[in-house]
Structure formats: structure tokens, C-alpha cells
Design a protein around this ligand. Structure first.
Ligand SMILES: CC(C)(COP(=O)(O)OP(=O)(O)OC[C@H]1O[C@@H](n2cnc3c(N)ncnc32)[C@H](O)[C@@H]1OP(=O)(O)O)[C@@H](O)C(=O)NCCC(=O)NCCS
Length: 169
């Protein structure tokens, strides 16, 4: 399977909603749809009006069909607009997902490699929120993300999540 990686544009917003649904593990909750992610204010802030000046992101598309299969993106969510992985007003938050049938084949790693290289020019660090049960943990540790002390919280579905931070310099 051949894929290529490109910067996200405003036209990718519909695909980002789908990826947000995957990143928030909403499929595991039963009857939820992408519309439920769009209607949830604390989730919607990661995607709504994608393409503003501080946004950075990449999409992976299949070479054969141009179909998008994964995306990784950063957004600076500050002050009263904080996200689940807030650490400070200089640190954007990561969201990442790959369509289920394309996972574990290196696409997430490639997306993060592109994203972090681009982010270095604009940001000192990147944070994220992760459920304690999520195997994406291995991926983040591999890139150097570290858990923030005392960041354990109860998440949207009543489980445990941690905040992680990666310094880019
Ligand atoms: C996390 C995710 C984007 C990684 O993308 P990917 O293309 O599967 O990643 P890669 O193939 O490059 O790397 C796989 C790594 O991710 C880990 N991983 C995370 N989620 C995984 C999953 N659902 N299945 C298999 N491996 C997974 C593996 O342990 C592996 O780590 P390792 O190589 O250090 O052993 C993707 O698995 C996904 O979309 N998961 C669901 C959404 C999600 O949890 N997003 C993050 C929210 S914090």
C-alpha cells in the first residue's frame, strides 16, 4: 500500500471531523456518529474552522485513489478555550488518527515525523491527552513525549487520562 503525506488545507475539514471521531474513540461508545463529535463543544474546538493561521497538520492519502486514510494536526487552544491536553499558552495540542483498517503500518509514525518537523519552526513544545488504556502510548514515548506529573484526570467516558508533553528544542 503506497501513501503520500501532504499539509492539511481548509478543504480537509470534513475528513478531520471523521479523524476526530476516531481520535476520541467514539466508535467504541455504541451509536455515536461523526455528528456527535461536531456537536460536542470540547471536541469540536480541535477542528472547527480548520485552517486558521496557527494551525499545522498533515494528511496521509493513498496514491492509488487519493483517498485520505489518516491525519495528525496541532492547534493552539489557550485560556478559556483550553483542550483536554492543555499545559500552557505556547503549547499546541496534538490530535491524530488513522482509519482502523490502515493502522499499525507506519502511517501514524510518518504523519508525526512530518508534523513535528513543521511544528519546530513555530512552537517550543506539543502536548496531548491520552487514555491510560491507549496503545498509542508506545508511539508517543518513541517520539519523546513524557507524562506530566500529577496530570491524571477522569476523562469524557469516566476512565483515566494523562497529559503528555514533548519539547521540540
Ligand atoms: C494512534 C494511531 C494514530 C497510530 O497510527 P498508526 O498508523 O497505527 O501508527 P504506526 O503504525 O506508525 O505505529 C504503531 C504504534 O502505535 C501503537 N498503536 C497505537 N494504537 C494502535 C492500534 N489501535 N493498533 C495497533 N497499534 C497501535 C503501537 O503500539 C505502535 O507502537 P510501536 O511501533 O512503538 O510498537 C492509530 O493507531 C489510531 O488511529 N488509533 C486510534 C485513535 C487514537 O487513539 N488516537 C490518539 C488519541 S490520543
Amino acid at each position: 500500500m503506497e501513501y503520500s503525506i501532504h499539509p492539511l488545507t481548509q478543504e480537509d475539514e470534513p475528513f478531520l471531523w471523521q479523524m476526530l471521531y476516531e481520535a476520541a474513540h467514539m466508535a467504541e461508545e455504541g451509536n455515536l456518529t461523526v455528528q456527535d463529535a461536531m456537536n460536542h463543544p470540547d471536541l469540536a474546538k480541535y477542528v472547527k474552522n480548520w485552517g486558521s493561521k496557527n494551525d499545522i497538520g498533515f494528511v496521509a492519502t493513498l496514491v492509488s485513489s487519493n483517498q485520505p486514510v489518516g491525519a495528525a494536526w496541532l492547534r493552539l487552544l489557550t485560556d478559556e478555550n483550553q483542550g483536554y491536553g492543555y499545559v500552557d499558552n505556547q503549547t499546541p495540542e496534538l490530535a491524530i488518527a488513522v482509519l482502523p483498517e490502515y493502522r499499525n503500518q507506519g502511517i501514524g509514525t510518518q504523519l508525526l515525523t512530518h508534523l513535528l518537523a513543521a511544528a519546530k519552526a513555530s512552537y517550543p513544545s506539543v502536548s496531548l491527552s491520552i487514555r491510560s488504556s491507549n496503545p498509542a502510548w508506545h508511539l508517543y514515548k518513541r517520539f519523546g513525549w513524557e507524562v506530566i506529573n500529577n496530570s491524571e484526570t477522569i476523562n469524557r467516558v469516566g476512565g483515566t487520562s494523562f497529559t503528555m508533553k514533548l519539547n521540540l528544542n
